[in-house]
Write a protein that binds this ligand. Structure first.
Ligand code: IPM
Ligand code: MN
Length: 356
């Protein structure tokens, strides 16, 4: 009996600055993985980003969201342009896709690969291997708030953190399931601030223990305040397995996590809707000053591609990309920093693709 070849439709948004350069290498590696593991990728490119905005004054065209919903996944480079006021592209493109496609999980692995210089004294790959599950739709990010008496000495600005039980529960469920699936320390840590944010993180904490007690007795539960979490991520990263937290704290602690795994050259994330269309991206920005020089590190984009393969169900392909990246960091690159890798952007892409 003949079996239909597995085929995935990928929306590619290279974006701004060095986004297109790193995405080119990511697509190269994804195609190598597809050839090796017997599936096909149909890519469709979208020009969303700063250049398009400056030309048209439109962040996303009317049809964009409906269009993106037709794909199996989205692969994003970077959004951010030096000539566009901060906030416009972030809100109009990145956050809008996250919200409208209900990508309610922002999954950010913190893993130190072999050969990568770690800023934490005495820590190696065996110490740094955990995942942050950042809630991706609520909190201070909902845009709830406003000004009154703007421009006067009595001006007031309010921005409110909002969480529903529904949002908290679906995020916690994802985090508990992931902790079980990883099957490592079987420990889920809630990162909050129950001593000050006595409403929002009270809700998180109650929901966390109720769910753990009822459905996840095999998973050990820990709680850390966000400030303490930062300390332990530096001093004892080996304690962590999976950390779950709200959107704002998740944003902050994942930059800290990223620098402990070698920085923006390697850190990748997935904006995941487990029931819908997910989007994968390097965590770093568009790095405009390196644009077009072929010096930026594409490994974060390549790792985001591996996460995409995992989510599409191509676990073997994902594992072979990750193994190839580890081989390249362990045996080839001098550094992960732009311009100091010992190779160009496209050469690093070639090195990984060859090893897939
Ligand atoms: C990130 C970024 C975004 C965020 C910005 C660009 C809106 O910092 O993906 O972490 O805050 O989520
Ligand atoms: Mn961030």
């Amino acid at each position: 009996m003949s079996q239909k070849k597995r085929q995935y439709r990928i929306a590619v948004i290279p974006g701004d600055g060095t986004g297109p350069e790193v995405i080119r290498e990511g697509v190269k590696v994804l195609n190598a993985a597809a050839a090796k593991h017997g599936f096909g990728l149909d890519t469709a490119f979208f020009d969303f980003g700063g250049e398009r905005y400056l030309r048209t004054r439109e962040t996303l065209p009317e049809s964009a969201i409906e269009e993106l919903k037709k794909f199996d996944a989205i692969y994003l480079g970077a959004i951010g342009h030096p000539s566009v006021k901060p906030g416009i592209l972030e809100k109009g493109i990145l956050l809008r896709i996250r919200f409208e496609l209900d990508q309610y999980i922002n999954l950010r692995p913190v893993k130190l690969y072999p050969g990568v210089e770690c800023p934490l004294k005495g820590k190696g790959p065996e110490d740094i291997d955990y995942v942050v599950v950042r809630e991706n739709t609520g909190d201070l990010y909902t845009g709830a708030g406003g000004f009154s008496m703007k421009g006067t000495p009595h001006e007031v600005a309010i921005q409110t953190s909002i969480y529903s039980r529904f949002q908290v529960d679906r995020c916690l469920k994802y985090a508990f399931d992931l902790t079980r699936k990883r099957n490592k320390k079987k420990t889920l840590a809630l990162c909050g601030k129950t001593n000050v944010l006595t409403y929002v993180y009270d809700l998180w904490e109650r929901a966390f223990h109720e769910m753990g007690e009822t459905h996840y007795k095999d998973i050990k539960r820990e709680y850390y305040h966000v400030d303490a979490t930062c300390m332990w991520m530096v001093k004892n990263p080996e304690w962590f397995d999976v950390i779950v937290t709200g959107n704002m704290f998740g944003d902050i602690i994942t930059d800290l996590g990223a620098i402990t795994q070698g920085g923006m050259g390697i850190a990748a994330g997935g904006n995941i809707n487990p029931e819908g269309v997910s989007m994968f991206e390097p965590i770093g920005g568009s790095a405009p000053k390196y644009t077009g020089q072929n010096v930026i590190n594409p490994l974060a984009a390549i790792c985001a591609g591996a996460m995409m393969l995992e989510t599409l169900g191509e676990s073997q392909a994902a594992a072979s990309v990750e193994a190839a990246v580890m081989n390249v960091t362990g045996t080839k690159l001098k550094s992960l920093a732009a311009g100091r890798m010992g190779y160009s952007t496209s050469e690093v892409g070639d090195l990984v693709a060859e090893r897939v």
